[in-house]
Ligand binder design. Structure first.
Ligand SMILES: Cc1cc2nc3c(=O)[nH]c(=O)nc-3n(C[C@H](O)[C@H](O)[C@H](O)COP(=O)(O)OP(=O)(O)OC[C@H]3O[C@@H](n4cnc5c(N)ncnc54)[C@H](O)[C@@H]3O)c2cc1C
Length: 502
């Protein structure tokens, strides 16, 4: 059942104790609730209503210092369905290499491997309405096959989700599940421990009309997005002054995003132009931007920026990533290169553009902390200090330089590198990708991370975190498919273990 705290007249949950309480009904929260409710009783707390409201969104306001970043209200949505209400739908699983420890990259290496997530891939694809039998690494068309034959690049395709809006698609399901109690307009404002300081006892929950109550469960999961998961833990500082789970000062650190940029133009050899006809053409990029136009934020600006520009004509699902050998030899991060080609017969100076999406190295100085300003519930707002590292910039530069060389060596054409990549010193001025990650990172031990391999916060018995805040490193793949895979794995973990005694 779903109840609206805004119109609730009596105490909806009273002293009821649930098996699991989930904070946040976005991608991770909804996936988790549906996959726990077969066996367990679930309380799902969502801060917003069924639609956008300025009142709820204002709680996402925060401060940005450090590198230029979008306003903190722009890259996330605070209502039922979460940020899936305007995500783009591009999907790709992380590569095996993303999970490995690299001797040239400090803080790299997950405590799990890609094979731990593989069993959940099919179900995650279906949850996200991806086409069946996705061929993630199969080259399609002449250019893709040719580049795939090189030593340094491999084919890396994207799957395009509907894009699935979790609030719309799964609302009826949540409503009908006997084992789920969902409260909307219910803001989790503090996490309170029992006397032993190891067990989470209850959450403080507040409504917009001044209602306050406690939510109790055997087990709790934070699924509020990477900035908010950290903000909630840091704000829960009554019993542990440094914030909950923050005994090693790691909550909020290692904030990462993906680095998106237009990185060059391509001019194809004449004989190649004739061989790209098989690739599906269409104004895909512009089409998808149109779907994303929403009530505020970057999408409106982006739509304005791209209005009338027809540079992006090919199907950009088919792209490339570096081979492991290339990354290791040049000590690079992972990245994706997409070619957006114009249809044959166009009248432009070049045949298309290169779009780069690059990984950001784990960097403890890049962090979410608490601002001094407070929100309407008395919680300190988030302060984001986004920072890059030298290897981030070097990776972007090497990615495009080498891609240009390979393009020419294979007789496909020439790449004209964008000026910003040739500048000395190199400066990245394009934007991050709205893929917030890393603020409660997973690690093998508490000195290096906030959650363990099962996504449980170190030092607690019954508090888990879901979503990309637990990513140890981010690869370059869009995060949501991995979020869903990891959430299914977390559901299996919680379902298969005895619940902590409370
Ligand atoms: C414009 C845009 C385009 C994107 N495109 C892509 C893409 O193409 N591919 C991709 O993989 N990813 C994309 N993303 C990222 C994707 O949207 C996120 O990875 C995904 O939504 C994260 O899921 P989540 O459940 O962790 O967080 P969210 O979906 O943000 O859900 C968090 C939920 O928690 C609730 N909440 C927050 N605070 C509280 C609180 N205190 N109490 C109770 N509830 C709370 C929120 O209201 C929200 O419902 C895009 C993002 C943006 C902004």
């Amino acid at each position: 059942m779903i109840f609206d705290l805004n119109s609730a007249t009596d105490d909806i949950i009273g002293s009821q104790k649930f098996d699991v309480c989930i904070c946040g009904a976005g991608v991770a929260g909804i996936t988790l609730a549906l996959n726990l409710s077969g066996k367990l009783s679930v309380l799902l707390l969502e801060a917003g209503g069924f639609d956008f409201s300025a009142e709820s969104q204002a709680i996402y306001e925060g401060e940005t210092v450090g590198r230029d970043f979008y306003e903190l209200t722009a890259g996330r949505l605070r209502y039922f369905g979460g940020t899936s209400n305007h995500w783009g739908g591009d999907c790709r699983p992380l590569d095996s290499y993303d999970f490995e420890r690299k001797n040239y990259l400090r803080f790299s290496g997950w405590p799990i491997t890609r094979s731990d997530l593989n069993p959940y891939l099919d179900q995650a694809e279906s949850i996200l309405d991806l086409p069946e039998n996705m061929a993630w690494n199969k080259p399609v068309g002449f250019i893709e096959e040719t580049i795939n034959s090189s030593r340094d690049f491999v084919t890396a395709n994207l799957g395009i989700s509907a894009p699935t809006r979790f609030g719309q698609k799964y609302r009826d399901d949540i409503q009908q599940r006997a084992n789920i109690t969902c409260l909307i307009n219910a803001n989790v404002t503090e996490l309170l421990l029992s006397e032993d300081l190891a067990t989470l006892d209850h959450l403080e929950v507040r409504g917009y009309g001044g209602q306050v109550f406690q939510a109790r469960a055997a087990c709790f999961v934070l699924a509020c997005g990477a900035i908010e998961n950290a903000r909630l833990l840091l704000n829960s500082n009554q019993q542990t002054p440094q914030g909950l789970g923050n005994q090693h000062d790691l909550v909020g650190r290692f904030f990462a995003d993906h680095l998106f940029a237009q990185a060059g133009e391509v001019i194809l050899e004449d004989n190649v132009v004739g061989r790209i006809g098989d690739s599906p053409f269409g104004d895909t990029f512009k089409g998808r931007l149109k779907q994303q136009i929403c009530k505020f934020g970057w999408t409106r600006e982006a739509a304005e920026r791209y209005r009338g520009r027809r540079f992006c004509l090919s199907d950009t699902r088919h792209g490339f990533a570096p081979s492991q050998q290339f990354m290791e030899q040049d000590q690079l991060l992972n990245f994706g290169i997409r070619l957006a080609l114009r249809a044959p017969g166009h009248e432009h100076e070049t045949d298309g553009i290169i779009v780069l999406c690059s990984e950001q190295a784990p960097n403890p100085s890049s962090r979410v902390s608490l601002a001094t300003a407070i929100d309407q519930f008395g919680m300190n707002k988030a302060k984001l200090d986004w920072q890059l590292s030298d290897i981030d910039l070097r990776t972007m530069q090497m990615a495009v330089f080498r891609f240009g060389e390979v393009f020419a060596e294979l007789g496909l054409g020439r790449v004209r590198v964008r000026d910003w990549l040739l500048a000395d010193p190199l400066e990245f001025t394009s934007g991050p990708g709205h893929h917030h990650m890393g603020t409660t990172r997973m690690a093998a031990s508490p000195e290096y991370g906030v959650v363990d391999a099962s996504q449980k916060i170190f030092g607690t018995d019954n508090l888990y975190v879901a979503g990309s805040s637990v990513f140890t490193t981010g690869g370059y793949a869009n995060p949501t498919l991995t979020i869903v895979q990891m959430t299914l794995r977390l559901a299996e973990h919680i379902n298969s273990r005895p619940l902590p005694k409370i």
